[in-house]
Design a protein around this ligand. Structure first.
Ligand code: SAM
Length: 227
């Protein structure tokens, strides 16, 4: 059974103390037997690579009473673990696969989470532009594409945070022109250790001004002709 406390890591201990993570683990792995949600299923890996990886953001941004949009959350990562540890967070999830949205609706009921809205649709079709305090996304697209699916929805003064693997430098360089065109500014990258083998990075992009209404473009244009 997973239990690797670390006296210096309050975030990790907060996760271990919260029974909702165990309920999430059980529901995720049970549903995964009939519908494809994740390749990772053993308890240690789900806790580290999904739950702990997701909640790392709480070490860097104050999430109290913030509105957060998660683009392509799949089985709920990173936004649902963040909601479990910060109940005042108002979460909107958009995912283009309806079976994942149905799973998330059931999960939200099971865990008794209030203030989570799951939308079946594509990010580039959302109308809530320049609106959210924070937009997050993990494992959805290369950064030069992802910025157009995310930054238009951040309000000026807010943040887009991309969860990436530690070899992010080239991806970031490719995305810098687009970030600027969309009203963003690269702030910093924070590297962190997931377990003994893996390190990941959070890329913080500040929204410095409203995004022009022509963005995001249709997906084919975003993909074939990144900014
Ligand atoms: N973020 C989750 C994670 O880290 O485990 C899921 C990652 S999964 C590889 C990518 C998800 O993004 C899928 O559920 C897919 O349906 C969704 N997706 C891809 N493009 C999207 C778009 N343009 N708008 C909304 N969802 C999208």
């Amino acid at each position: 059974m997973f239990n690797k406390r670390n006296q210096l890591d309050e975030t990790l201990n907060q996760m271990l103390d919260n029974p909702k993570f165990h309920d999430y683990y059980i529901f995720l792995t049970e549903t995964n037997k009939i519908t494809n949600l994740t390749r990772i299923t053993d308890i240690d890996s789900v806790y580290y690579k999904h739950f702990y990886d997701s909640i790392i953001l709480s070490k860097h941004l104050d999430l109290k009473n913030k509105t957060i949009l998660d683009i392509g959350a799949g089985a709920g990562f990173p936004s649902i673990p963040l909601k479990i540890i910060e109940d005042s967070l108002q979460v909107t999830i958009v995912d283009s696969l309806n079976k994942r949205i149905r799973f998330l609706d059931d999960l939200v009921d099971k865990l008794n989470l209030e203030g989570v809205k799951n939308i079946h649709g594509r990010a580039e079709e959302l109308e809530t532009k320049n609106h959210y305090d924070i937009v997050i996304s993990r494992a959805v697209a290369r950064l030069n594409i992802l910025v157009e699916l995310t930054l238009p929805f951040v309000k000026p003064g807010g943040w887009f945070v991309a969860y990436k693997s530690s070899n992010y430098r080239e991806e970031l360089d490719e995305a810098l022109t687009g970030i600027k065109k969309l009203g963003g500014s690269f702030d910093r990258a924070e590297t962190y250790q997931i377990d003994n083998e893996e390190s990941h990075v959070l890329i913080f992009i500040k929204k410095v001004k409203s995004t022009d209404n022509i963005y995001p473009r249709q997906f084919a244009k975003i993909k074939n002709n990144p900014l």
